[in-house]
Design a protein around this ligand. Structure first.
Ligand SMILES: [Zn+2]
Ligand SMILES: [Zn+2]
Length: 229
């Protein structure tokens, strides 16, 4: 499993629809998990959860009465969901406003809008680069972690078509994080080698001719790989 930053996790979540609460059917709110002070357990294991903040939700309404009558506790429950899963759980709340400070829907909407615009802009730049064979700009966008994932994936596809051998080293030295993006970059490198009749020496990683029997950099014997593509 590749490590994902909080920003990347949020980007993933934004690509999908919000889940509906199984108790009331209302759309759940995206919720930022508050930082857990050291020594208070393991936390939720995710930076974001979906929570039903509907005050008419049956789970929430019944919770107050049940907890008061049965246990003498003034608390209730809200339904929570782990993003990207069908896993629903409940969490205790101690007031009607409990946890609402962490709702990030408004911010998310703004981010979603910004993300859509960034994707549109990025794809349009890439289209022009593809036509003009400007692989330097494509490489820059592919390496830029601030570009949306969609744009970076498109950049990886284009660079396979127009990239020179110079792009291989920077691509090899970058950690891409996303499985899909790693795969696309891998495919792009293969395509670039194919177009240039080259490959990388398995010992020193320098770029050598596909037909070479001895690496001209490290002098080691390299098995000819006519089938490598
Ligand atoms: Zn609900
Ligand atoms: Zn070598």
């Amino acid at each position: 499993m590749a490590f994902k930053t909080k920003k990347e996790i949020l980007e993933d979540i934004l690509l999908h629809d919000k889940p509906k609460c199984p108790y009331c059917g209302k759309e759940m709110s995206l919720w930022e998990v508050p930082p857990i002070p050291v020594g208070e357990g393991l936390g939720w294991g995710t930076p974001y959860l979906f929570i039903c903040f509907n005050d008419e939700c049956s789970l929430y309404v019944k919770g107050w009465a049940t907890m008061e009558e049965d246990y003498g506790h003034t608390c209730s429950f809200r339904c929570l969901n782990y993003p990207g899963t069908r896993q629903f759980e409940i969490m205790p709340v101690f007031s009607a406003t409990g946890g609402k400070g962490q709702i990030i829907d408004n911010q998310v909407l703004a981010k979603q809008k910004a993300l859509k615009e960034a994707i549109k802009k990025g794809l349009s730049i890439l289209e022009n680069c593809h036509v003009s064979k400007d692989w330097r700009t494509v490489l820059k966008m592919l390496l830029d972690a601030n570009e949306p994932l969609r744009v970076r994936i498109q950049a990886a596809e284009i660079i396979g078509d127009i990239g020179e051998l110079d792009v291989i080293e920077p691509l090899r030295n970058q950690k891409f994080g996303y499985k899909l993006l790693i795969k696309k970059v891998e495919d792009a490198i293969k395509k670039i080698h194919k177009r240039h009749f080259t490959r990388e020496c398995p010992f020193c990683a320098e770029i050598i001719k596909k037909r070479a029997k001895i690496c001209r950099y490290c002098g080691k014997k390299v098995i000819e790989s006519a089938t490598q593509s």
